[in-house]
Design a protein around this ligand. Structure first.
Ligand SMILES: Cc1cc2nc3c(=O)[nH]c(=O)nc-3n(C[C@H](O)[C@H](O)[C@H](O)COP(=O)(O)OP(=O)(O)OC[C@H]3O[C@@H](n4cnc5c(N)ncnc54)[C@H](O)[C@@H]3O)c2cc1C
Ligand code: FES
Length: 1349
């Protein structure tokens, strides 16, 4: 008899699969390697990107095809979770197969891109969807569930969607997202002449007509999808029946077994009881990657047919656990169609729950067995199994099959079950419901889609139909204990009771007693979790009562589901100004041309740092501090250095004594003795491979002593721990020599308050990475993903004691930065340069997302204090405003981040005294982030406006309008506002959004709905453009014209997806009067343009554009004589003539923008910036008052960008900034333990908005007839200004909460901190449910799970 553990006894022992139609046969690959790593590192198919390595971002999506039941099946999967051996006998399609710009072969699915790094993943998701459904309907969103999809990409993908009649859902003919307010509709009604927007004109305006588009991008040139053009499934895989071959693989430390016989599977488990079963690997992949678990033997059971069995039997629905969750969902849906509705109570909720379970790429591979065996206390499915009394069939070779109920005895403890090591889960048997049984399940997470639950509840009740006596009740929860639980005591007491109002009250009281959580419970949110558990039960109670038509039950008619009215597709409109009709056709300026790298983004051919192959490159991984504060005593490298492939290490002893990084020389390269934050680099391991370096770094032993850290702003204030002097602004100094002191006693109306605003992770999709290549003469070439090549050059030179001219730093493009890559480059570049010098080899360092989020800082959390006096008309008289920021352990850019220039937002204060306090804490150094303190400052101001309005019973819109800045007004920091368009954006947004009519509708909705409330809100913004530091407001450029007439432009700005290079090409083409195709940008490099400022502060196109304009002017001046001599000649002729006459065709340009320094130590202002950007947003939301969930229903934005250089890019920036701001103010929450340990370190627990969160009605207008005399070609900057408009959703949510509070008798102003998480929303919605929740003990008497930083 063959030995089942004998590798040679298997049908196949070499790994065979296909990639893009090419056969791959592997004899020596580590089974622990993921498909993503194999594609990138072995096959060099770098189109597949890695953004997180934990299944959370979708950048690594590929399509996998295989034979199942004789049919070819395609599915999308995260290649970062897929073990390489998992693709045995399958065909993998990567983005490289779908199209190529280089080969002039573009597939229809890559229609649009945004920042570019994640785009190949979206393209593959769409491709897989199209391979299965050529005319997808509502599936579009499913394909991107949980992924943060840029709006243009969504818009492009909706262009494939058809409605039931086969008509394209998104088209000009279908009207526009403005609904009844659409100018076309109004024209038909005869209410307008059909032109969009206001006719007011800013002086100097030179543009053309305004144009409203349903799709900004012209997709008419895109080929229709033709499935017959796709690669065929590899005949070899089909002919040889790989799907029924057993496969085993032996590689050094790991053996992989993939049996096809059920018996072999059981025998394997008998022989190797501690071998891990790997079904979908969605759970195990994380353990392997981040916990470095050992895996001597793996058993993949997916090929075993018996595990895919499914049928109905006397006990219920039998589902083999080899099924993927997608298969399980499909089977549930099929049965829901076949069986009477009363029997499908559980199946219906399995189907609904699976919609919110992870994303589709995970569900396509993950199994229910893996979910049960993992025994996560926050599993989505286990509460359903428990409440429905489902059974699992466990099988072992030794004892045979046994059926076990998933009940209170199944889960033994945190992630422990009754399953024995030699057993497998064969199937789950899901009971059918019967006539008088009712079943429901609910989930609430931080984000609706693709997020692990905070609490899941599942309920079953069996009622005697006559007396309504409870014959059976099962109540199960996830998220309320270390395991999924049954509320046994409550169930016991409720059995035999009559279903009535009384019953509800008793149930809530019993549950609140049984489920009570201690204040510092692991996972935190003790009060919210209990509220959710009770609210879910209440929802269940109402739904059952409604079904039974029990009119005597209070609120029985109340609707407790939100989101029903959310449209399935996207209604987006964009309104912009067309260029003047007489602008030459070849002049691209002002036209909505697409991003120059757009096509390459979609095909994966756009190159990022990790895609670059450097010969003999070594890899570096950091050893990070496991504590936030303490002293490092010693480091032991012994075990790490024994790992095969390790070359050496670096630590503080390799750094020149006293050398520190940062503008203020305050950041050690490696910890020498004092540890100052959790995640701080202590040492680095150098190895031949990235994974070897990481693994070895995890083996380095640290000896340290722990000290109490300062983590929060409050703690820093108490300890007077400040990182720098306080910054001040006194508006009275604009007109006086002395600060005018405020006498508060003279005011009748004063509001005073304090509000907190959380930080924000940058979550650029490409993590920080760099390659350093040593060259002759001690030169270093640094290729880095960074926003400031100059800083990297300076820091490396400083720390290595080199001259800057020996260091060339360059950037091709970066996959998002948002400020997070402005000052942080040295953290990687300095150690990599040290290692390159020490070992004389090229070095690569790339942060895993998990480490990136620990090492680098975030947007600053703030506490904002205000005191404001208003007159009887609501005019703002006197303001005292203090902003306290949590800066982390070093100063970094915190000074510039102080929002002293944005406190006022769009309001005039007769007098204002503003102070900024920078708190020093034991956190990673918080840094620049799009908006640079502005959103925080304006948030406090807008809260203050609300406070005034609510305290004195005034209309908040009227208060705003009364206090708006007017032309020529001066800000507290001394800047006079010219071309002040705040009122214009406000008025136009109010009209476009139909705010006044919809406000009435919202009020009516709120009167008619008890537990669903809506809010609508208008939020204005103003943002001053420029760097706070004088010398940063300069830029250089180099323009080279070659003899064939082609032009190479170099400038100091970085392309990070924001379209800077596209705008610069447009500027150069206009200035040189040539078609844009003749101009090229290669990269940004310190050897072409020296001393460039960071691409930040929104001034990339303003400053670099000016420098390019200057260089082009010089070229044009030199060519002028040749044009004159040959007026009918072409550009190429003039260039050639100039060359022949020995006229230089190279010019370096220089540009500066307006700046006057503010004396923020003494508080005296100046004309700091040249101009401001204005905008207004209107948002409407709906909240579920019982759970804190919300939907953003509609957003309208009017933004003043002057005369747009490129409306397509500007509108993309506005949409992106709004969504990023929306995430900041509503869902993104950094979690840090009181001891300073950072918990949020990846997409698994840090949630940014996903495809489902984007408003389905999203209208963006560029303010018409606007000009800017201070900007290049009359344009305005756009990167940062719209971000604050995301707060509009926050304030709309607050309005909805307020409506619920007023309904429940709470009319007073209430403090509502940002972000408006589901927890904050629910806990602010005080009601009869929250009254069952015990108050928290006094602060200081317990350790909370997380600190409020
Ligand atoms: C991005 C992401 C999002 C997620 N979202 C959710 C979510 O919303 N809700 C939720 O509940 N979970 C979620 N999860 C967790 C995880 O996906 C699920 O628990 C999944 O069902 C695990 O199945 P798997 O097949 O991938 O398990 P694997 O990783 O293959 O295995 C997990 C464990 O189960 C054991 N096992 C596997 N098969 C068997 C078997 N037949 N018999 C006995 N033991 C077996 C393995 O040995 C291992 O210990 C998420 C995970 C990721 C990565
Ligand atoms: S890298 Fe695979 S999902 Fe993020």
């Amino acid at each position: 008899m063959k030995e089942v553990t004998e590798i040679s006894s298997y049908d196949a022992t070499n790994l065979v699969f296909y990639v893009n139609g090419k056969r791959v046969e592997e004899k020596d690959v580590d089974p622990k390697m993921t498909l993503a790593a194999y594609l990138r590192d072995v096959l060099k198919l770098t189109g597949t990107k890695i953004g997180c390595n934990e299944g959370g971002c979708g950048a690594c999506t590929v399509m996998i095809s295989h034979i199942e039941d004789g049919q070819i099946r395609h599915f999308s999967a995260n290649s970062c979770l897929m073990p390489i051996c998992g693709v045995f006998g399958k065909a993998v399609t990567t983005v490289e197969r779908i199209g190529s710009v280089a080969k002039n072969r573009l597939h229809p699915s890559p229609r649009l891109s945004n920042c570019g790094f994640c785009t190949p993943g979206f393209v593959m998701a769409m491709f897989a969807l199209l391979r299965n459904t050529q005319t997808p309907r509502s599936l579009i969103l499913l394909g991107f569930a949980g992924k943060s999809v840029p709006l243009p990409i969504l818009e492009a993908f909706y262009s494939f969607a058809v409605d039931e009649t086969g008509t394209l859902k998104v088209s000009e003919e279908n009207g526009c997202g403005m609904g009844e307010n659409c100018c076309k509709v109004k024209k038909q009604n005869g209410t307008t002449n059909g032109t969009c927007g206001s006719n007011e004109v800013t002086p100097g305006y030179t543009g053309g007509e305004r144009k409203r588009k349903i799709q900004l991008s012209d997709l008419s040139g895109c080929k229709p999808y033709d499935p017959t053009q796709e690669l065929i499934f590899p005949p070899e895989l089909k002919l040889h029946g790989y799907e029924s071959m057993s496969f085993a693989y032996n590689h050094h430390h790991t053996k992989w077994y993939q049996p096809v016989s059920y018996n072999d599977l059981l025998c394997l488990k008998r022989e190797l009881p501690h071998a891990r079963l790997m079904s979908g690997n969605s759970e195990l992949a994380i353990e392997l990657k981040f916990r470095f678990i050992d895996l001597p033997a793996v058993i993949n059971p997916r090929q075993v047919k018996e595990l895919h069995a499914r049928h109905l039997d006397g006990h219920g629905v039998y589902m083999g656990t080899g099924m993927s969750l997608t298969d399980m969902d499909n089977y549930s849906v099929q049965l829901m169609k076949e069986l009477p509705e009363e029997q499908t109570g559980v199946l219906k909720h399995v189907h609904e729950m699976l919609h919110w379970f992870a994303g589709i790429h995970v569900r396509n591979v993950a199994s229910v067995a893996g979910n049960i065996a993992t025994a996560s206390p926050i599993s989505d499915l286990n509460p359903i199994w428990m409440a429905s009394n489902a059974e699992v069939i466990l099988d072992s070779d030794a004892r045979g099959e046994k059926k076990v109920h998933i009940d209170e005895k199944f889960f033994l403890g945190y992630r422990k079950t009754v399953i024995q090591p030699d057993e497998i889960i064969k199937a789950v048997v899901v009971p059918l419901t019967h006539g008088n049984e009712h079943f429901a399940a609910y989930k609430q997470a931080q984000r609706r889609e693709d997020d692990i639950a905070i609490v899941t509840g599942a309920f079953l009740v069996k009622l005697d139909p006559k007396g309504l006596i409870v014959e059976n009740i099962r109540i199960s929860y996830g998220g309320m204990a270390p395991t999924t639980i049954l509320a046994l005591k409550t169930m016991e007491k409720l059995k035999g009771q009559k279903w009535s109002q009384e019953f509800l009250n008793q149930a809530l009281a019993l549950l609140s007693e049984e489920l009570k959580l201690p204040a510092g419970v692991p996972g935190g949110m003790s009060q919210y979790r209990l509220s959710l558990a009770l609210s879910f039960f209440f929802k269940f109670f109402l739904e059952v009562s409604k079904k039974l038509n029990l009119t005597e039950i209070e609120h029985v008619d109340a609707d407790v589901k939100i989101g029903q009215d959310v449209p399935e597709t996207l209604y987006a409109t964009q309104l912009y100004q067309e260029v003047n009709a007489n602008q030459p056709a070849h002049d691209p300026l002002g036209r909505p041309i697409k991003h120059v790298s757009g096509d390459k983004h979609t095909t994966g051919e756009a190159v990022y740092v990790d895609d670059i192959n450097v010969a003999d490159c070594q890899h570096i991984a950091f050893v990070l501090s496991p504590i936030a504060h303490g002293t490092l005593n010693s480091i032991d490298y012994t075990t790490a250095l024994e790992v095969d492939g390790v070359i050496g290490y670096l630590d503080a002893s390799d750094v020149t004594t006293g050398a520190k990084m940062g503008h203020h020389n305050d950041t050690p390269v490696f910890v020498k003795d004092k540890i100052t934050f959790h995640g701080q680099p202590i040492a680095a391991i150098v190895a031949t491979d990235h994974e070897i370096a990481r693994k070895a770094a995890s083996l380095v032993k640290l000896d340290y002593s722990v000290e109490k850290p300062i983590v929060t702003i409050k703690q820093a204030l108490a300890a007077e721990s400040f990182i720098f002097k306080h910054l001040v602004i006194h508006s009275s100094l604009n007109d006086n020599e002395q600060v005018v002191k405020t006498d508060w006693s003279k005011y009748e109306r004063v509001v005073e308050g304090e509000i907190d605003m959380g930080g924000q992770e940058h979550f650029y999709l490409e993590t920080q990475q760099c390659v350093v290549i040593p060259h002759e003469d001690d030169e270093l070439e640094i290729i880095i993903s960074n926003q400031c090549v100059n800083d990297v050059q300076i820091e490396v030179a400083k720390c290595l004691g080199m001259a800057q001219h020996k260091i060339q730093t360059k950037v091709k493009r970066i996959g998002g930065g948002f400020g997070g890559k402005e000052s942080t480059g040295s953290i990687l570049a300095v150690p990599a340069s040290l290692a390159a010098k020490k070992y004389g080899k090229p070095m690569k360092i790339k942060f895993e997302r998990f480490d990136d989020m620990a090492i680098t800082g975030t947007r600053h959390p703030f506490t904002l204090q205000y005191k404001l006096a208003v007159d009887e008309n609501g005019k703002f008289i006197d303001l005292d405003y203090t902003a306290m920021s949590n800066c982390g352990h070093t100063l970094d850019l915190s000074m510039g981040n102080e929002p002293w220039s944005t406190r006022d937002n769009v309001y005039k204060f007769a007098n204002a005294d503003i102070t900024g306090k920078m708190c020093k804490t034991n956190l990673a150094s918080n840094t620049a982030f799009r908006g640079f303190g502005g959103p925080q400052g304006m948030f406090g101001t807008e809260i203050m406006v609300k406070h005034v309005a609510e305290k004195f019973g005034w209309n908040h819109d009227e208060i705003r309008e009364k206090n708006f800045y007017e032309e020529g007004d001066c800000t507290p920091f001394g800047m006079h506002l010219n071309q002040c368009n705040v009122k214009r954006t406000w008025d136009e947004c109010r009209v476009n959004s139909d705010y006044d009519r919809r406000l009435e509708e919202v009020n009516t909705f709120n009167q008619n709905n008890k537990f669903r409330k809506r809010g609508i809100y208008l939020t204005p913004t103003r943002f001053g453009i420029g760097f706070g530091l004088k010398q940063l407001n300069q830029a250089g450029a180099l323009v080279l014209v070659y003899t064939d007439g082609s032009v190479l432009v170099s400038h100091g700005g970085m392309e990070m997806g924001q379209g800077l290079h596209t705008k610069i090409l447009q500027i150069a083409a206009r200035c040189l009067e040539i078609p844009i195709e003749k101009v090229h940008i290669h990269d940004t490099s310190t050897d072409k343009v020296p001393n460039a400022s960071a691409t930040a502060a929104s001034v990339g196109s303003d400053m670099n554009g000016l420098a390019v304009q200057d260089a082009c002017r010089q070229i044009m001046e030199r060519l002028a004589p040749f044009k004159k001599l040959n007026p009918d000649g072409r550009w190429e002729d003039w260039v050639k003539s100039a060359y022949v006459e020995r006229v230089s065709l190279a010019a370096s340009g220089f540009g500066i923008i307006h700046h006057e320094p503010v004396d923020f130590f003494n508080g005296k202002g100046a004309e700091l910036f040249g101009y401001s950007v204005y905008g207004t947003a209107c948002c409407e939301v709906e909240i579920d008052c019982l759970t804190g969930d919300h939907h953003l229903l509609r957003t309208d934005i009017v933004m003043d960008v002057g005369e747009s250089l490129n409306p397509a890019i500007d509108i993309g920036q506005i949409e992106g900034a709004f969504i990023q701001g929306y995430g900041l103010f509503t869902m993104e929450e950094i979690k840090i333990r009181p001891d300073g340990i950072r918990l949020t370190r990846g997409p698994g627990n840090y949630k940014i908005p996903s495809a489902d969160d984007a408003p389905k009605h999203f209208n963006v207008s560029l303010l018409g007839n606007s000009s800017n005399k201070m900007g290049i070609f009359s344009s305005k900057a756009i990167g940062e200004p719209p971000l604050f408009l995301g707060s509009c959703a926050f304030f709309a949510i607050r309005e909805a909460v307020r409506a619920y509070r007023i309904q429940n008798g709470n009319e007073d102003y209430f403090v509502f901190h940002s972000p408006a998480t589901p927890e904050r929303i629910r806990m602010a919605c005080e009601d009869f449910v929250t009254s069952h929740v015990p108050s928290l003990p006094e602060e200081g008497t317990y350790t909370p799970w997380t600190a409020s930083v």
